[in-house]
Design a protein around this ligand. Sequence first.
Ligand SMILES: Cc1ncc(COP(=O)(O)O)c(C=O)c1O
Length: 457
Amino acid sequence: MNPLAAELNSIIENVNPHILEMLSEMGKKLYFPKGILTQSAEAKQKAHKINATIGIAKQNNRVMALPSITALINGIDPDNFLPYASSFGVPELREKWKNALFEKNPSLVGKEISLPVVTGGITHSVSTFSDLWVDAGDTVILPDMMWGNYSMTFGVRNRAKIVQYNTYTPDLKHIDIDSFESTILRESSNNKKIVVLLNFPHNPTGYTLSVDEAKRVSSILIGVAQHGSNVVVGCDDAYFGLFYEQETMKESIFSLLTGADKRLVAVKLDGATKEDYVWGLRTGFVTYGVGVDSNSPIAASGCSCSSSLKKPSLSDLYFALEKKTAGCIRGCVSNASHLSQSLVLKSMEDENYPKYKQEKFDLLKARALAIKEVLKDPVYSDAWDVYPFNSGYFMCIRLKDVDAETLRLHMLDNYGIGLISIGKDNIRVAFSCLEQDQVKLLFDMVLQGVNELRKGN
Ligand SMILES: Cc1ncc(COP(=O)(O)O)c(C=O)c1O
């Protein structure tokens, strides 16, 4: 093991040994290299005369640039988008995102979380999470309806065992928290560590827990941690903020889990991609929320410094996790797009940013409510059931007697209508892409397609 990794592990162990236990083999071995990056960072601070450290090119003390590139980007200095960003991310953006997390999640007030580490999008956040916390054969618990890419990340890349619970009760009236609970209880009694991935607003169903449901889900997870299981929870908040109904939980379940127990690690996986409608900019984040071990030296001393003479603090532990995360990124894509980070930061600093976000929220909410209104019509009810939805980009229907993939192809080939089929029965509609006046037309056409297939057309 690299001595730098061993040093980070010892900081983590000193603050909370359970967190060290929970890291994957890769997670334990990860560190942030001192080599060229650290030397360059030091030179950036102190080498005022000549800086011959980093692998970019300079001219007249500015970044070297082709005018055919710089002419395309107005309002951002080439020095703020052409050089590499740090593997941790642009510091101002990390701070800005962290402050926004506290604003968006009032239950975090009074809790300590890490600084977000910047990734190349939420897919990369999920895969970094998986690298740090999931070993081959580890159990990752997911709903049976889920974003398909989790299978690639957890199952194929990190060779985890994926265990699923029912997303909804069979009558589709409620989210099936009983099934979630029994799966968590069974798997935590069979394994020393469980990894749970929660995704709200949910892809594909567009469901977010109510406040009471969120409390129940978090208390199930906290309960098994208190009974001695190590629990790692990834909160995939890709569609965060798009909550359209009164009783829906308006903050991330991450805020209920952070600091709840010494054996519980909560990891927030989010980003600007969907929240700020910048999918192709590929800007995501990984943020940690953990508890301390009251038997560990820091809880007793409460001291906050990293000198070898003093005991490490919770912020030292967070910094150790951030370094491992940045090391993981360094070894994979090195760092996330500097241009994208600068754009996202500038957008968040715009005085009209909240107003612009509200406008897009209102638009998406109006589409979701229009779907609810249209689907109240009993004319559709012998063709499909509607899965409860209240948030995000999507909603799903469960077909009663027509195969979903057959219907998808029928709609595409005969009407030029694109839908997603999921399994035998489910069709996902991305209302994020529909204009409000297309809603009724779409469902009427789908009903027509169902009726044609029933007749064998
Ligand atoms: C639940 C969920 N998580 C993550 C992602 C990926 O987000 P990104 O584009 O930031 O990689 C998606 C995208 O489809 C998603 O639905």
